[in-house]
Design a protein around this ligand. Sequence first.
Ligand code: 13P
Ligand code: SF4
Length: 349
Amino acid sequence: MLDISLVRSTLASHYDLTPSPELAASMSDIYDRMDRVVSPPDWAIYAPYVKAINELKKKRNAVILGHNYMTPEIFHGVSDFVGDSLQLAIKATEVEADVIVQAGVHFMAETSKILSPDKIVLMPDMAAGCSLAESITAEGVEEMRAKYPGAPVVSYVNTTAEVKAASDICCTSSNAVQIVNAMEAETVIMTPDQYLAQNVANEADKNVVYWPGSCIVHEQYTAQDLRDFREWNPGTRLIAHPEYTPEVVAEADLSGSTSGILKYVTDEKPEKAMLFTECSMASNIADNLPEVDFVGPCNMCPYMKRITLEKILYVLHTMEGQVEVDAEVAEKARHSVQTMIDLSKKLGL
Ligand code: 13P
Ligand code: SF4
């Protein structure tokens, strides 16, 4: 468990992290990317961290891979590459740095380490887990195989390395339908997200059976809630992540992965949009889309929100928080992730 007082005292003795409106003003090129959602006083607090992290990245030959659910000061201030789970997994195979800092949750850092075993992968807070990844173990995968003999196992990337290793292939929310359809068998096992699996089943040509896991962020609303949101703010486009129930997805105007959501609002530029996904998603895209009014809701992922500028600076400074994956597990897991990446590229996704 990360000792936050140790983090603070270590940083205080090496960096001047006093809020500074002057420094903030001198970094206006970075602030311009987020000034619709981050206030000037908050930017004065973040600026010393952003400066220290960006300098340290050069010294360590490090890159930061930031998921779309990071807060704006991480997403716009220090991330070298941003994107959804699939985009970040692909980026991990391409970057030439010695060090990857994963600004996201633990399974994403593990995925980067699996794909880049020779790089140092740093996790700013090891306790940044995921309710989906925690819902299934490798034994659970074997249980499903015993129940549905011969059916291939497609596991969401939101899983541990052991579960990936026990699976035939991985998928993300942006390629799940195509990956399932590409399986030769008639029945396909999906783990661990029951709702993603049901949404895939509605679109794919396969008989999809699934593990009963769920995401605590995306199971919060019902279809009735969406109807109430529509009534509360008429004319708003409702866009839901496929980790929501099929009823919510059916009620929404569109469903997509975080990159699918970004593409939709960028292409369509609706006057008003409600994103049914993690809260920071809308904040991160708001500055580039001044025409769109992003109206609530705002559900935070408590795991994603464990990642802060302070913790990123600390792991880059100390090189603590290195992610390790057992070599044998990593080799099998790499096969599942790489097969997904290769298939996605072949399918033009
Ligand atoms: P995507 O970015 O792949 O849509 O995943 C969403 C998610 O919940 C990751 O934790
Ligand atoms: Fe896991 Fe849900 Fe958080 Fe994504 S939003 S990391 S799926 S708990």
